[in-house]
Design a protein. Sequence first.
Length: 164
Amino acid sequence: MVKNRGTCEEIEEQLKNSNAILNSILEGPENIIAFSLDRNYQYIFFNQAHKQTMKNIWGVDIETGKNMLEYISYPEDKEKAKINFDRALSGENFILIEEYGEESLSRNYWENVYNPVQSGSEIIGLTVFCIDITERVIAEKSLKNLLKKKKCCLKRFTTGLRII
């Protein structure tokens, strides 16, 4: 005998609340991009941050059901993206730091987390979560250059001390 676990109204309310929670998780953090693709690289889902970023770095307006790879105009970036998508579609979870974007628009550094999407034992797609780390990468490069200059100056100074 199956017990009635709630009225239709209660179930609808629970579903509404679950959707609100899921939406806040995926749309809430403004600096986190999220998207999901099927096995043919077609968009299943993307958040507003991803939609805006695709507009900013590629100059395109993306749509659910369209192939993401077709939006990427740089052949090297398209090939790199496909390789990463295929890794996730083969069942691999991984994190990469990558550079993407149209140079005339905005070329940024990203920390990307790739995961397969499974239904039972079948992989039906992939999800990617991305954080723009451009400022961090630029700061790290500046720090490396500063340390290199400091090392060079210190070497000159110690060489000068030996001469005296």
